[in-house]
Design a protein around this ligand. Structure first.
Ligand code: NCD
Length: 359
């Protein structure tokens, strides 16, 4: 069964096919109107969302399909203590494909292990957000004409921002990508992305705490919201919440063709005065999100049982009972699951479900 839990569950060729299909949908909307007739998408959202849930819904509707699900887990059997795996087994009896957002990291992965229909991860904790990544790639392609050979600056909350983690993973497979990480010390990119993705894949990156210094060299500026809901310490959040603000003064330092992306919602990291700048691509990005999700739904429904489109092969997990995942928000610390680990770069063990360091 083909699922999308992590961006690397798709090969680079599959990603390029989905992006190309989205571009074909843009050119020939009418051809795709009935392609999901009599099919049902379930949206299981255990965490707040506007764009992602509505864009999945709009995508399925534009394809002629139907949508069911919940956006408040308090109204679902999760409130009675049902496990994620039981819920997807049940929903798989009603729906042909499932999009799931969950605050617990690794929840969509364990769902995919028992599901008889494709599972799409619509965001798990601070971990991954692969459909936002497809959105971002389509946006970069449409704004700049290419994805290879770009310098991209990620600015803001690189620690908890799952959209950043997933996009860097996906970009690491393109040619000539340079990454500039613009964040205060407290919000730096997690080591597992730096080591297991950038170092391993040979992506050139550097870190800075100055947006003014970085902005002139960028082809893409990826702004992010400081993820208040992921902080355990409110004082720490207050210290960093206004770290970087994009305004017209800073836009004047940037290239004429730079594209500004933001997964949204924004809080105050981009002033509204920037919205009229032709380089502000974040509202166009929202529409791309619906288009690329249309392409993804069509592709997964086509590929789900096709032996040419399997899930990637991973090395067998390490099952060492003396290892412990240190992440309180990991599925293995919230539900009963086999404790699994993988041996990462530099001989470090990481949790199979959430990539956190292991004790
Ligand atoms: C992002 C998310 O949920 O991770 N939003 C989205 O899906 N478009 C970013 C965020 O919440 O800041």
């Amino acid at each position: 069964m083909k699922h999308l839990i992590d961006p690397t569950d798709l090969t680079k060729e599959e990603i390029d096919q989905i992006v190309a299909l989205a571009e074909d949908i843009i050119a020939h909307r009418e051809r795709y109107q009935g392609s999901m007739a009599h099919k049902k998408l379930a949206t299981l959202f255990y965490e707040p969302s506007t764009r992602t849930r509505l864009s999945f819904t709009a995508a399925m509707m534009e394809l002629g399909g139907n949508v069911l699900g919940f956006s408040n887990p308090q109204n679902s059997s999760a409130a009675k203590g049902e496990t994620v795996q039981d819920t997807v087994r049940v929903v798989g009896c009603f729906a042909d494909i499932i999009a799931m957002r969950h605050p617990v990291e690794g929840a969509p992965l364990v769902a995919s292990e028992v599901s008889n229909v494709p599972i799409i991860n619509a965001g798990d904790g601070s971990h991954s957000h692969p459909t936002q990544t497809l959105t971002d790639l389509l946006t970069i392609k449409r704004e700049l004409g290419h994805i290879d050979d770009i310098t991209i600056g990620f600015c803001g909350d690189l620690r908890f921002g799952r959209t950043v983690h997933s996009l860097i993973k996906a970009l690491s497979r393109y040619r000539g990508i340079k990454v500039v990480l613009i964040a205060p010390d407290e919000l730096r990119l997690p080591d597992y992305i730096k080591q297991d993705v950038c170092d391993k894949m040979g992506v050139a990156y550097r870190e800075t705490d100055s947006l003014d210094e970085a902005i002139p060299e960028l082809d893409v500026l990826y702004m992010t919201r400081v993820q208040k809901e992921r902080f355990l310490d409110e004082d720490e959040f207050d210290r960093v919440k206004d770290s970087f603000v994009l305004d017209n003064r800073r836009m004047a330092l940037a290239k004429e063709k730079m594209a500004v992306l933001h997964p949204l919602p924004r809080v105050n990291e981009i002033l509204t005065e920037v919205d009229d700048d032709p380089r502000a691509a974040y509202f166009r990005q929202v529409e791309n999100g619906k288009l690329v999700r249309m392409a993804l739904i069509i592709s997964l429904m086509e590929w789900k049982n096709d032996p040419a489109h399997t899930m990637p092969e991973h090395e067998a997990p390490v099952l060492n009972p003396s290892l412990h995942c240190t992440n309180a928000k990991c599925i293995c610390n919230n539900e009963k699951h086999e404790r699994r680990f993988r041996l990462a770069e530099n001989g470090i063990y990481r949790c199979w479900y959430c990539d956190s360091k292991v004790r």
